[in-house]
Design a protein around this ligand. Structure first.
Ligand code: UFG
Length: 338
């Protein structure tokens, strides 16, 4: 029998969840949320960009997704109820320079993982996808999940291909189900300052503003001031990482409750310009860091805002931190601690 949507499992029922990439920025916030709900968590991470000290709950297995034997043994021993798959390469710019790394890490590794997951009888998978699957949306309006899928960089294609594999497998199988979450601009950090974004090189605007406030970046360049937007700079939908973690918990509950395979946008449904992000960062940090106006960064869509209605409606997702000031404050508290 095909599964139908059923109510989420009762709160407090402990499940075994395997989290690939759980030592990374988003993965570690989801591991925190899983731990707070009493789930038994096993993190599988090669620590190439993740960090051991970001894993607040569960057990860490240091391993690479290309090590299929270790992955298979880990699944056989742990016998998870669900897998949450974060491990991936995430830089749009790097994906243009080195596409094969992205196809290997994001598409091939996902296919191998799915194969092993299915062979081990695991029926539920939550997948980290991205707004990059939409490319440049046709109009300056929030995009819903039915919008045209036309990535403009290898990163977006690698994720879209993995989504397609999941969809085809789910269509063909009566047992396997997945939820793909398409992230918009994820930012902020744990309110307690325990975990946050920590990449070797920061490309994201909020983190770069904070690096400029700390003096680690001499100047914050604004890439493009002639876009067809309210103040000429790009508009993005910044979502707090703990709200995104809640969306993962809702997706997991949906699958564990017997729910169908689904795709959801994750954002708040309204946008903020780069200039407004810079203003907020200056206000929160109290530092009037130097800003220059530069040309456009290749591959930036002018306007990228989620329509999150489906997530709110189908998974009863209730964002708690839809507040740019809070997002920047939590990121700043974390950044100061580094
Ligand atoms: N920006 C600057 N100066 C900087 C850094 C960024 O002006 O120093 C601008 C960018 O040009 C862009 C905006 O700030 O207009 C946001 O840039 P980010 O790099 O923070 O984020 P992106 O919107 O490029 O990236 C996000 C996700 C990706 C996803 C992409 C889809 O992080 O994973 O959206 O377009 F692929």
């Amino acid at each position: 029998m095909d599964r139908v949507n059923k109510p989420a499992p009762e709160q407090g029922i402990k499940k075994k969840i395997l989290v690939t990439g759980g030592a990374g920025y988003i993965g570690s916030h989801v591991v925190k949320a899983l731990g707070e709900r009493g789930h038994d968590v096993l993190v599988f991470d090669n620590l190439s960009t993740g960090r051991r000290d970001l894993v607040l709950h569960g057990t860490l297995v240091v391993g690479d997704l290309q090590d299929l034997e270790l992955l298979d043994n880990t699944l056989k021993k742990f016998r998870p109820d669900a897998v949450m798959h974060f491990a991936a390469s995430i830089s749009v710019f790097e994906s243009v320079q080195d596409p094969m790394k992205y196809y290997r890490n994001n598409t091939v590794n996902t296919i191998n993982l799915i194969d092993i997951v299915v062979q081990n009888g695991v029926q539920n998978l939550v997948f980290s996808s991205t707004a990059a699957v939409y490319g440049v949306p046709a109009q300056n309006r929030p995009v819903d999940e039915r919008a045209t899928l036309l990535p403009i960089n290898p990163y977006g294609w690698t994720k879209l291909m993995a989504e397609r594999v999941l969809q085809d497998l789910s269509d063909a199988s009566r047992a396997f189900h997945y939820v793909s979450l398409r992230y918009f601009n994820v930012a902020g950090a744990d309110s307690g300052g325990r975990i946050g974004q920590r990449y070797p090189v920061s490309t994201h605007i909020i983190t770069r503003c904070l690096k400029a406030a700390k003096g680690e970046l001499a100047v914050l360049p604004i890439y493009g001031t002639d876009y067809p937007t309210s103040d000429g700079t790009c508009i993005r939908d910044y979502i707090h990482v703990d709200d995104l973690a809640d969306a993962h918990i809702a997706a997991l509950d949906h699958l564990l409750g017997g729910g169908t395979s689904e795709v959801f946008n994750c954002g708040y449904g309204h946008g903020t310009s780069v200039r407004d992000v810079v203003k907020a960062a200056k206000k929160v940090t109290g530092v009037d860091f130097r800003v220059t106006e530069e040309g456009r960064r290749p591959g930036d869509p002018p306007f990228l805002v989620a329509d999150p209605s489906k997530l709110i409606r189908a998974l009863s997702w209730k964002p708690r931190y839809d507040d740019l000031r809070y997002i920047v404050e939590t990121a700043w508290n974390w950044e100061k601690s580094l």
